[in-house]
Design a protein around this ligand. Sequence first.
Ligand SMILES: NC(=O)NCCC[C@H](N)C(=O)O
Length: 410
Amino acid sequence: MERHYVGSEIGQLRTVLLHRPRLSLQRLTPSNCQELLFDDVLCVERAVEEHNQFAQLLRDQNINVLLLSELLTETLENPHARKWLLEAQLSDYRLGPTFAQPLREWLGEMPADALSRYLTGGLTWQEIPESLILQRITPQAHSPFITRPLPNHLFTRDTSCWIYQGVSINPMAKAARQRETDNLRAIYRWHPLFQGNHYINYYGDEERRYDHATLEGGDVLVIGNGAVLIGLSERTTLQGVEFLATSLFQHHQANKIILVELPKHRSCMHLDTVMTHLDHDTFSIYPEVIQPNMPCWVLTPDGQGSITHQSPRPLVKILEEVLAVTEIRFITTGGDIFESEREQWNDANNVLTLRPGVVVGYDRNLRTNEKYDKAGITVLTIRGDELGRGRGGARCMSCPIERDGLEGNR
Ligand SMILES: NC(=O)NCCC[C@H](N)C(=O)O
């Protein structure tokens, strides 16, 4: 049986979920990219090459790389999964019953790989048979899309996140990303890799409107020793955190949730865009947003199945305690004020730690990479000139499913 467990941010990474987009990026244009949360259009061939390089680097480090499209295709071989997902993504409420039902029937007959491609890349009016278009009561379409592409599946970190012995399948804050969660729900519910009772479903897998209780994995750092650091960001709310924390405590998977209040800005949309864990005692931070002494709330179990909180204390003190180290090293983004702002925007702080002191980051962040190097952190670099236009780095583009704890325990 597979072992799904993420014991820390820095222990040996063993299995990771990535997504190599193609169709969704081909459909990004200057007129829709902002709405789809990209800052520009991409050269798709180069983006695919960059992503292949990233995946290959991980494989060369003996890390097992799972690809979301492949898992989704395998999931769609199951007729229950196929029916559920078509109803979730192309519901009567989204498209109107007279059109939605025949459309689902047409898609339902499709080979799994073609369907997986549309469920991630979006479906246009040009791709469906004329006879189906005629079934629409109002023939006027204002958009080329029946369902919009999901280019942000690239950032597998956000849509689901593994914390110790379980997963949160996250209710996303932005409309452009909410259908990603349906794809992930289908994978976790039906893909053979995730069958059995060997992990906990903490949050987000129910058929309900999560409303303001949103949560995204880029805000969740599994610090280890039963602690989780969570950013209250543009995307993750205290409402969402309350549900996740209660579930983590009830399942005895965590005993401390440290809350970091972030500005609600796109440049630091998730905690991992301004802070990542590099080695036992070392973090990367963007000092304009994260200061070692910033006061942070800590949530703990109240002993009766719910949560309580302790008064705010300096971040650095809490981390030293949790990690049992005498002094935390903070490596700040490199360069002068202009360079560091530019490098943070290009995800210099958003590195993926493969094992203590070894990280993957974009090669373009020269100043910050130099500082990592001087501090004894090995940076394995990848190109990200195209991928970076989606505003995410190596950590955002990866969802660890198996990773050792701090002591190397699995
Ligand atoms: N953890 C992360 O910071 N993920 C990057 C997400 C970028 C994506 N374009 C978004 O706006 O959601």
